[in-house]
Ligand binder design. Structure first.
Ligand code: IVH
Length: 663
């Protein structure tokens, strides 16, 4: 690096990547590539200390604050770890420790490096009082209400607990939750999350804890930042102690005395990393005695007593043979790369989604290109980049067709989303097929023996076009399917018959109303009581349902006011489909049944979402504003103007204790 302007350009470039990583939650380069840029910057600054500008990325700890949450100061700074990528670098770390510590202080703990978002959680008198992101290391964002929605995080420590405890850990999204989230994003035509880490980050920054609670986040703790009373003597003991307090602890950890033991642990973990239900990006090696940790202190923005040993994501090369287009049930088009099959991270893959046109242009993927594929565990494989040297001559940039490849209708790109859709909802066979598959699927009517293959066959034979056609199937028609004998025919017919008795919520899910998932379907079913009521329901009434926003309300009204949808639903009912509202068992006669609640102020023992859930479970409703229809106002600390209004209207007011006793 020669010039000052090149130095400034590198600073800019790193800031730009920081922005994409932390704010957009959509990194443009791998962590490793980022670290390389950062290392380059450090090198330059070492050589030219007079160049270092106060706004260099090296001059600040941690991430950009994205706004939206109140800030609070960390009681002790929340720093980071230096990274290493090779055995040699680990060896150098160990040598440094040997130089700086006395022989009896040298004991290590090696543990999983969870790939998520660092968090500091504070308990006072055993009760969770605050959760902060790392932020800039000095101040973090207060995301307590979002953190409280994490199912595995206790709101109360197990006794005996210290007066104050601030524990540090990682919030992450398990692979299964990540997959489910991206499936939902696809269905809604929204941008996909690049990986579980970014999905966890994005989820924690949501402003609605109810939404966060549906993201399936989890947490693991790996250290203590502050504790009153007696401190554990070692990191190993600290982890055990956190566990006795009821906190989930970082998956695997082991005491190690030397390089061989550390590398043995790392190798074992690396071998089975893809079998883990969550993503890790390496292991962390820490000095065990806490006294020795304190003695070592910090170096710049990192703790000196620990180092991360990062695994490279498994990466393979393959060739893009073709780029095809898939059409979802809501008409969203997804380009897919058809690959020469390769084995990566535990399985063979032959296709990889390319998400959308923007993504293809960004990576410039063309048919015939050799590409690098990365896959973490059972997370969807992704094309990381193109190997340009191997690009065949004449390979042309790929473009989404202007017309639907199945029905020929001109495609639509709405302004509010990246997705391109085929607007021909009724006539497009591809969408019809996907709707049928969805209707019969586990998440829909759950019709056994009527999987994708069978439905494909029935559509190809021309026996089934719309949902209601399924209920007109005859044994003769079914016998035309390949390998379909008496038994299989009977199986399908009985499953179809059984599916007719169904909960209204499941039926609504199965209809495939855009933006209506399981949770929303449940809310709609309870509110409407019967399917016919939904034909008349207006957006205003839908918006009164806690958990229904304007996009869902509009989608529901559009769907049910469409005469063709009404006719199709009527046909289904005529064939005997009988959707009913199923009241939650055991609470039918509960005093909350049919009552409308409004919540205000901060509750001590519940999150808003949690309180809403227990009310709904008992047949009650939760509404966002106080009106004459409100039966109860549940009041926490610092209530808002709702309290005054409720008093005026004579609404019954419950504090948390009264609420608990009614429960
Ligand atoms: S100890 C707050 N131990 O890795 C710093 N960190 O690259 C605590 N991480 O910011 C450092 N697993 O978010 C530590 N077992 C573990 C970890 C871990 C994941 C994260 C943490 C940190 C980042 C540094």
């Amino acid at each position: 690096m020669k010039s000052l302007s090149a130095y400034h350009a590198l600073c800019e470039e790193i800031w730009e990547h920081n922005y994409h990583y932390f704010v957009e939650n959509a990194p443009k380069i791998s962590d490793r590539a980022f670290d390389q840029l950062f290392a380059e910057l450090i090198e330059i600054e070492k050589a030219h200390p007079d160049w270092v500008s106060p706004s260099s990325p090296t001059q600040r700890v941690g991430e950009i604050l994205s706004g939206g949450f109140p800030l609070a100061s960390h009681t002790t700074p929340m720093l980071s770890l230096a990274n290493s990528y090779s055995r040699d670098e680990v060896q150098v770390f160990l040598e440094r420790m040997e130089k700086l510590l006395l022989p009896h202080e040298i004991e290590y703990v090696t543990e999983l490096k969870m790939d998520g978002i660092a968090i500091s959680v504070r308990y006072e008198k055993g009760v969770l009082v605050r959760a902060l992101t790392r932020g800039n290391g000095e101040k973090g964002e207060q995301i307590t209400s979002n953190i409280r929605t994490i199912a595995s995080l206790p709101l109360q420590l197990r006794a005996p607990f210290p007066d104050t405890l601030e524990a540090r850990g990682e919030v992450f999204m398990p692979k299964s939750a990540f997959q489910a989230l991206n499936e939902r994003q696809t269905q809604r035509g929204k941008q996909l999350f690049a990986n579980p880490r970014n999905a966890a980050g994005g989820s924690l920054k949501l402003l609605d804890p109810q939404e966060v609670s549906q993201r399936g986040l989890a947490i693991s703790f790996y250290g203590i930042a502050e504790i009153s009373g007696r401190e554990p003597a070692s990191h190993f003991e600290a982890l055990d102690y956190l566990r006795t307090l009821g906190l989930p602890i970082v998956g695997e950890y082991q005491r190690c005395s030397n390089f061989e033991e550390i590398m043995g642990f790392a190798t074992q973990v690396e071998k089975c990393r893809f079998q883990l239900p969550f993503e890790i990006d390496g292991v962390v090696i820490k000095i065990d005695p806490l006294k020795a940790q304190k003695k070592l202190g910090v170096t710049g923005k990192n703790y000196r007593w620990a180092i991360a040993y990062k695994f490279a994501a498994e990466r393979v090369e393959t060739v893009v043979r073709d780029i095809t287009v898939q059409i979802g049930r809501t008409g969203v088009l997804t380009p897919v790369a058809e690959l020469d099959p390769v084995f990566v991270a535990g399985s063979t893959i032959s296709r990889a989604t390319l998400h959308n046109q923007e993504e293809i242009e960004r990576k410039d993927v063309r048919v015939g290109d050799t590409v690098f594929i990365e896959k973490g565990g059972d997370v969807i494989p992704k094309i990381v980049s193109v190997c340009l040297e191997k690009r065949p001559r004449g390979a042309k940039p790929w473009k989404l067709p202007a017309h639907c490849p199945v029905c020929g209708t001109p495609l639509l790109q709405s302004e509010s989303e990246v997705a391109v859709r085929c607007p021909n909802k009724r006539g497009c066979e591809a969408q019809g097929l996907k709707r049928l598959i969805h209707y019969a699927s586990k998440g829909g009517m759950d019709i056994e023996h009527l999987g994708e293959k069978v439905i494909n066959g029935l559509v190809e034979l021309g026996f089934v076009k719309k949902l209601s056609d399924l209920y007109t199937l005859t044994p003769e028609q079914l016998s035309c399917l390949k390998n379909f004998k008496e038994k299989s025919i009977q199986n399908v017919l009985s499953s179809l018959e059984r599916s007719k008795e169904v909960s209204l919520a499941r039926f609504l899910m199965a209809l495939g109303i855009p933006h209506v998932g399981a949770e929303t379907a449940e809310l709609l079913a309870r509110r409407a009581g019967c399917i016919e009521a939904l034909y008349q329901i207006g957006e205003d009434e839908l918006l009164e349902i806690d958990g229904v926003g304007p996009i869902v309300a509009e989608s529901v009204v559009t769907f049910f006011t469409d005469p063709e949808h009404q006719e199709e639903i009527q046909r289904l009912l005529d064939y005997g489909v009988h959707p009913v509202v199923i009241q939650s068992k055991g609470f039918d006669s509960h005093s909350f049944n049919g009552k409308t609640f409004v919540l205000t102020g901060a509750l001590e023992n519940y999150t808003r979402a949690g309180a809403a859930a227990v009310i709904k479970k008992r047949g009650g409703k939760v509404s966002s504003s106080v009106s004459r229809q409100t039966d109860y106002l549940l009041v926490g600390a610092d209530p808002g103007s709702k309290l005054e209004k409720a008093k005026k209207l004579g609404v019954k007011i419950l504090d948390e204790e009264a609420f608990a006793s009614l429960l």
